[in-house]
Design a protein around this ligand. Structure first.
Ligand SMILES: Cc1cc2nc3c(=O)[nH]c(=O)nc-3n(C[C@H](O)[C@H](O)[C@H](O)COP(=O)(O)OP(=O)(O)OC[C@H]3O[C@@H](n4cnc5c(N)ncnc54)[C@H](O)[C@@H]3O)c2cc1C
Length: 481
């Protein structure tokens, strides 16, 4: 992120804050992030240096140069006097993926979320531009797709996850952008390209144009696998709804909008679930639980959902009660606009290796983030089998844990750092409003600031639209917390 773009973003934010009678300092305080000093004085910002730098030694290999890989590399570099770190990752471009929702809604351009990876590889860190295709934890070695063998003392797995659009019958990624099929998720992390979000914005505008003249149907899916940013399928629906309303005339009343999640609620935390249900009702947005998108017919513009439910089976004479059976109905719906959130999985190179679990994800102790079988391997971010949201917000809290625990292990100490399960979902509920859903293992709201966290607020939109990206590039990826 170039300084001039950073300054442009800050001055845009200042302008918007001024209209509401707030200074940047007050806004940061209000947002509970007054520690983000670099947003107040970017030119004076320095890398954090620790008074207690460790001179522990060991060769650390990090697989992946996304949010998690770069952040851990930066924090280790800041904390070790003699860091020996190698990053293995193929991507020349680093994507700020939370911005894909903003691109899908026409707020940002694709270039707004792209940075050169080389500018974020910490000085002194070796970068092998390749993919890891093999993990050999018994010999402490990984092998790249070009056949290079790389030895390590400590390994950090941070490859993120992969999309599986093809698991939906009839759907291929080249169909996104035509026949009303949209998806803000579609990107190629290894090549640094974002193709789905911009196409979503094009289709959303076409949808709104059609809605001005006739009745239209918009469907929004949420699959039966873990996904990154669980809020994004709803965010794009809220933005679609608001965009239609902003068009005036009959555009909104002509549009029938339905959210179809595989699950049975809007959010795992009851307080946020209830808030979202009320927001949906207030906007006349519909939902149907337990609907998993299984098939798309692009030419006919029809989507088929599997609706599974439990029902009464046969009479069990021994137990003297009816058995319970699961039934699945397949329901086909026509659509004008279909937003697909694809099924997601861990990369096969991990799932098929001793480092991955049967389901593919890297099994780690949820608090120390240490591999359950191999004590010199740690994993964080989207690829880690941690029962908490796969978000950049989770990475921000997991990275210091992995950093500290690797240093503890190198120093021969007990692992001291624990991940408390914190994650955050800035749930965009319209152009200009966000509900900041923060929570942890307790599955209760854990707001950073004493404001009702279930309320949609303009200040969180300012946070989302202007502050989080600079905080990510200038703070988190530089190891500044
Ligand atoms: C549409 C969308 C909206 C989102 N919204 C939000 C939000 O509002 N807030 C939020 O906090 N988070 C959000 N996220 C989620 C957030 O971007 C991810 O959770 C975060 O980037 C995860 O970091 P990671 O390092 O685990 O994976 P990534 O950042 O995805 O990085 C993975 C890295 O691993 C590399 N890699 C992959 N395979 C290999 C291999 N075999 N060998 C070597 N390297 C490999 C990739 O090239 C990449 O460099 C959103 C994501 C999307 C897609």
């Amino acid at each position: 992120m170039e300084k001039k773009e950073f300054d442009r973003m800050l001055s845009q934010m200042d302008k918007e804050l001024k209209e509401k009678g707030l200074s940047r300092r007050d806004a940061l305080k209000l947002a509970g992030i007054s520690g983000a000093a670099f947003l107040l004085n970017p030119s004076e910002s320095k890398a954090v240096t620790t008074a207690e730098a460790s001179d522990a030694k060991g060769k650390i290999v990090i697989v992946g140069a996304g949010a998690a890989g770069i952040t851990v590399a930066a924090q280790l570099t800041n904390k070790l006097t003699n860091p020996d770190i190698t990053i293995i990752a193929p991507n020349d471009i680093h994507l700020y993926q939370p911005g894909q929702t903003m691109i899908g809604a026409g707020v940002w351009e694709a270039d707004d979320i792209k940075e050169n990876t080389k500018d974020y590889i910490p000085s002194g860190t070796k970068w092998i531009k390749a993919k890891v295709s093999e993990y050999n934890p018994d010999t402490n070695e990984v092998v790249t797709d070009s056949g290079e063998k790389v030895k390590y003392d400590y390994l950090v797995v941070a490859t993120g996850l992969e999309y599986n659009y093809e698991a939906i019958e009839g759907l291929t990624t080249d169909m996104i952008g035509s026949n009303g099929i949209a998806s803000i998720y579609l990107n190629d992390l290894n090549k640094g390209t974002v193709s789905g979000a911009k196409k979503t914005w094009g289709l959303l505008q076409e949808f709104a144009e059609k809605a001005k003249k006739e009745k239209v149907v918009g469907l929004f899916s949420h699959p039966n696998t873990p996904i990154k940013c669980g809020g994004a399928p709803k965010k794009i629906m809220y933005l679609t709804e608001h965009y239609l309303r902003k068009q005036g005339g009959d555009a909104r009343s002509n549009a029938d909008l339905t959210f179809l999640p595989n699950g049975g609620k809007m959010f795992g935390v009851p307080e946020y679930h209830e808030a979202i249900v009320k927001q949906f009702e207030a906007r006349s947005m519909k939902w149907k639980y337990k609907h998993n998108l299984v098939k798309v017919d692009g030419a006919k513009q029809e989507a088929t959902f599997a609706n599974s439910y439990k029902t009464k089976g046969e009479w069990d004479a021994d137990l003297e009660e009816y058995t319970e059976v699961t039934k699945t109905d397949y329901i086909t719906m026509p659509y004008d606009f279909l937003h697909v959130t694809p099924p997601m999985k861990a990369p096969d190179s991990i799932g098929n290796s001793p480092v991955g679990s049967k389901k593919g994800w890297v099994p780690v102790a949820k608090e120390t983030l240490q591999h359950v079988k191999f004590s010199n391997i740690f994993a964080l971010g989207d690829v880690a089998a941690v029962p908490m949201g796969k978000t950049g917000g989770s990475v921000r809290k997991q990275a210091p844990v992995v950093t500290q625990n690797i240093i503890d292990a190198m120093e021969g100490k007990e692992l001291s750092a624990k991940y408390g399960g914190y994650t955050v979902c800035p749930l965009i509920t319209g152009y200009g409003t966000v509900m900041l859903a923060e929570f942890d293992w307790s599955k209760q709201p854990t707001p950073s600031f004493p404001l009702d966290p279930t309320v949609e607020r303009w200040i969180w939109w300012v946070l989302k639209a202007y502050m989080l990206k600079p905080m990510y590039f200038y703070g988190m990826l530089r190891g500044r917390g």
